[in-house]
Design a binder for this molecule. Structure first.
Ligand code: PFF
Length: 506
């Protein structure tokens, strides 16, 4: 095991640069685009509370495990997994974690870059006054117009991919570290400026009530599942991004306190983003439950109505683009590191090749809003929706589940103990127990429910005559898939428990 050496790719200068980079990965479209609108859709305060619990019970334990795996492996996630599996003499199946993670990175970045491209184009639109004095219908038409124009979408998608590759080819220190050290402080400043703007020109008290008054009657089962699923996406867990960053972490840094800081900052940004967005929405008497269009229709329209909205609106979309950029960097890094290790080629070549592959995959997402909107990869889902569904609902939760199980059951207890290097053995054991039992069960519930048809939550969607869910013809395979996964999960735990109880008693 190469765990005493530095990674060949470099190392963070200190613990704080790891914190900045991991926070850069975590803070992204998930915080600024998705969190406010799902909070809006699922009723506000009670949803926020459940989300915070998910971060604490699932997100933080898995993130600690992922960082520890990376730091012990000291290579790209794929090769770290190989090293960890042979050190633990565990079954080869665990290596799936590395491979699936790299694939998830490709898929996520391919559609993430398209959405990030929208925000780049909105910087320009806002700055040039496109939304000044337009009505809401026109704001909607503007967004529709963008989605319907593949050429323009391609330009922005290409630009965003060039920005991302441009950072990663320069390496861990000169590229990622130095870019993140500028981007992250700027991002916080922008956020504070926008909250100040919302507080002075918008209705901040309504926003505070909306986000923090917990009305549990609005809390549906689906909301709990969405909160748990989102805690993965927002912390960048389950696909190796955090593992890759962990492999560049100094040996003497404390994993637990570092991870608490990252998760805390990510959560803070999500809440602050809500406090920047909702006052502006409420000031204009609009509804926060506008779905994904909240950011690209409702907000631009509102900015267009407000004094200084042209300037602050442009700032808002710069903030979104920065957040997406720092996350995209972490999405491309694991595969880049692996190609460098495997083919012994320069980072510039490796990252450019991967960038081009992801860029090409992204063309599918671009076209799913226009020319290929009728083409469905999964039943009823365009390429864009399919990639989003497969990664967020399957690959990330499965990756997270396997990571929790691998550290909890596959890895040797004393290796996990040494790597975590926690002063307080009681706290270590608490984390270990949570990771072994509570976290996997919680993830498995989300995972299986994520695969179940929506009728499981909303019986009105169920067609009593045909037994079909909405217009889904995909009901049975998904249900069977869920059951098979549940059985596989129980089998893994049962087998590993036997092995570990032997290990603990020896
Ligand atoms: N955490 C990012 C966000 O909230 O937008 C998304 C993300 C980045 C997911 C990196 C996964 C990942 F590896």
């Amino acid at each position: 095991m190469a765990n005493n050496n530095e990674s060949i790719h470099g190392a963070w200068r200190n613990r704080w640069t790891f914190i900045l980079a991991a926070t850069g990965s975590a803070v992204g479209l998930g915080n600024i685009w998705k969190f406010p609108y799902i909070t809006g859709e699922y009723g506000g305060g009670a949803f926020v509370l459940v989300y915070l619990m998910c971060i604490a019970l699932v997100g933080i334990p898995v993130m600690m495990a992922e960082v520890a795996m990376g730091r012990r492996g000291r290579q790209s996630p794929i090769n770290s997994m190989k090293a960890l599996v042979s050190e633990a003499k565990a079954g080869p199946g665990w290596k799936l974690i590395g491979w699936m993670g790299a694939l998830a990175g490709f898929l996520i970045l391919s559609f993430y870059s398209v959405v990030a491209g929208w925000s780049l184009s909105y910087v320009l639109k806002l700055a040039t006054g496109t939304f000044s004095e337009v009505d809401q219908a026109l704001a909607g038409a503007e967004f529709e117009g963008l989605l319907g124009d593949p050429g323009t979408l391609m330009i922005w998608h290409t630009l965003f991919m060039i920005l991302t590759v441009g950072v990663v080819i320069r390496g861990v220190n000169k590229g990622i570290e130095s870019t993140i050290s500028v981007l992250m402080p700027l991002l916080f400043v922008l956020l504070v400026v926008l909250i100040g703007y919302g507080a002075s020109k918008g209705d901040i008290m309504s926003a505070v009530h909306f986000m923090f008054d917990a009305d549990f009657s609005k809390l549906t089962k689906e909301a709990v599942l969405v909160a748990l699923g989102h805690s993965f996406f927002t912390l960048s867990l389950g696909m190796g991004a955090i593992m890759a960053y962990g492999s560049y972490m100094p040996r003497n840094a404390s994993i637990s306190s570092t991870v608490f800081t990252v998760a805390g900052l990510d959560t803070l940004v999500a809440l602050l983003a809500g406090l920047a967005i909702f006052p502006i929405v409420f000031a204009n008497g609009l509804e926060p439950s506008a779905g994904p269009g909240l950011m690209f229709v409702t907000l631009p329209f509102t900015f267009g109505q407000m004094p200084g909205g042209q300037f602050f609106g442009a700032l808002f979309f710069i903030l979104v683009a920065f957040a997406a950029w720092s996350s995209a960097i972490s999405l491309i890094e694991p595969a880049t590191a692996w190609v460098v290790e495997r083919f012994k080629i320069s980072r510039a070549k490796a990252c450019s090749i991967i960038g081009v592959i992801i860029w090409m995959l992204g063309i599918g997402s671009v076209l799913s809003f226009n020319d290929w909107s009728e083409f469905h990869l999964l039943p009823g889902k365009t390429i864009f929706d399919s990639f989003d569904f497969i990664t967020a609902n399957i690959m990330l939760p499965l990756g997270g589940l396997l990571i929790a199980l691998f550290v909890g059951f596959g890895m040797k207890y004393h290796h996990a103990y040494n790597e975590m290097n926690m002063k307080n053995a009681g706290l270590f054991n608490l984390w270990y127990v949570v990771l072994r039992f509570l976290t996997p069960i919680a993830i498995a519930i989300v995972f299986i429910n994520g695969l179940l048809p929506e009728c499981s939550f909303d019986s009105e969607l169920l067609n009593a005559e045909t037994g079909e869910c909405g217009n889904s013809t995909f009901l049975m395979p998904r249900f069977i898939g869920g059951v098979v996964l549940a059985i596989a999960y129980i089998a893994i735990i049962a087998m590993s428990l036997k092995k570990t109880s032997r290990g603990l008693s020896s």
